[in-house]
Design a binder for this molecule. Structure first.
Ligand SMILES: Cc1cc2nc3c(=O)[nH]c(=O)nc-3n(C[C@H](O)[C@H](O)[C@H](O)COP(=O)(O)OP(=O)(O)OC[C@H]3O[C@@H](n4cnc5c(N)ncnc54)[C@H](O)[C@@H]3O)c2cc1C
Length: 292
């Protein structure tokens, strides 16, 4: 399919789009070149219209776990930000992919529904959060997902194949989460509030400020931050990318180059492998092509 045919098709479906839109506007590192076309579906039907193509597709939520190439992405980027409806029915909350996870948690709290307190401070969209099975303090979103609706099918919890920072949606490129139904636990307002405050405090004490994507590497049977610290890399920098002094699994960006961040990630992996024989694996995801 030619790009012009694609533009005609999404125009017929009334989907908003931008050509050569800079990815840096949508990613927490604030880096990245242009997407050939960025589309902004507002409904499940529009989302489905956006995926009917053989042109390469990437989907972004709030870009808080993404490193986008400075060369951009020569394809379609689906931006979920305009799909943000949330509805409550009993202990179930159904949220569209671009809804803020923090808003789902707040609505849960207002409705005396507990479970999501641990997500306080995770800056995710619902789609990005569920795709990554976001979590912390031994808890993760998969515990509360009843089912997921994508542009192609409906998945119950088991068929989402959730794992540590992983799900079937990480593996199935091109299948887009449209909405998620969470099942929460009826609870009391002050209990929910005090749990959330506890998680918030724990996070405040451990997390550095600045432009970052949170933890860069998975804690895969070890604490990546501790291993990077042991390798003597706290504070190490390449160009505008720097290993945080406070938490060595965070890379802070003070410049405007994704390649610097990529090079620093590569450097950390090599150094840790050489000095400690550990093969670190990235938690963050890449969009586009980088220079090796
Ligand atoms: C300060 C900070 C703290 C953080 N703390 C935590 C933490 O405690 N725990 C944790 O788990 N993470 C944490 N993160 C990382 C990040 O917030 C999570 O990974 C989050 O789930 C990413 O959500 P997002 O909407 O930003 O997704 P994006 O970064 O936009 O995308 C992440 C992945 O999800 C895919 N995706 C996005 N939307 C969809 C969709 N609709 N359908 C299918 N796939 C989709 C993307 O293609 C990409 O592969 C932190 C990040 C920051 C910046």
């Amino acid at each position: 399919m030619q790009l012009s045919e694609y533009v005609n098709a999404i125009t017929r479906a009334n989907v908003e789009y931008k050509i050569d839109e800079s990815l840096s506007n949508y990613c927490a590192y604030r880096t990245g070149g242009p997407a050939k076309i960025m589309v902004f579906p507002k409904s499940h039907e529009q989302l489905c219209a956006c995926t009917k193509t053989d042109i390469p597709i990437e989907v972004i939520g709030f870009g808080t776990n993404l490193l986008c190439s400075d060369k951009g992405f020569n394809g379609i980027v689906i931006n979920s930000c305009k799909m943000s409806k949330i509805t409550v029915s009993g202990a179930c909350i159904r949220a569209e992919c671009g809804a803020k996870l923090s808003e789902v948690r707040e609505i849960a709290e207002i409705n005396c529904l507990g479970g999501l307190e641990f997500t306080d401070g995770i800056p995710a969209s619902v789609g990005g959060g569920v795709c990554m099975n976001a979590g912390c303090f031994t808890k993760s979103l998969s515990e509360y997902v009843a089912y997921v609706v994508t542009d192609k099918a409906v998945y119950n919890n088991q068929s989402c194949d959730f794992g540590y920072r992983n799900s079937i949606f990480c593996k199935k490129k091109g299948e887009i989460i449209s909405s998620v139904c969470f099942v929460l636990k009826p609870s009391e307002s002050d209990i929910i509030q005090s749990k959330r405050e506890k998680f918030k405090k724990l996070r405040k004490n451990s997390q550095p400020h600045g432009k970052s994507c949170g933890s860069v590497f998975l804690n895969d049977g070890y604490f990546a931050g501790k291993i990077i610290d042991t390798a003597g890399l706290k504070g190490y920098s390449i160009g505008g990318a720097k290993v945080s002094e406070k938490h060595a699994n965070f890379i802070l960006n003070t410049g405007n180059s994704s390649q610097d961040i990529y090079d620093l990630i590569k450097f950390i992996k090599n150094k840790v492998y050489q000095t400690q024989n550990v093969k670190l694996k990235e938690e963050i995801k890449y969009i586009g092509i980088f220079d090796d």
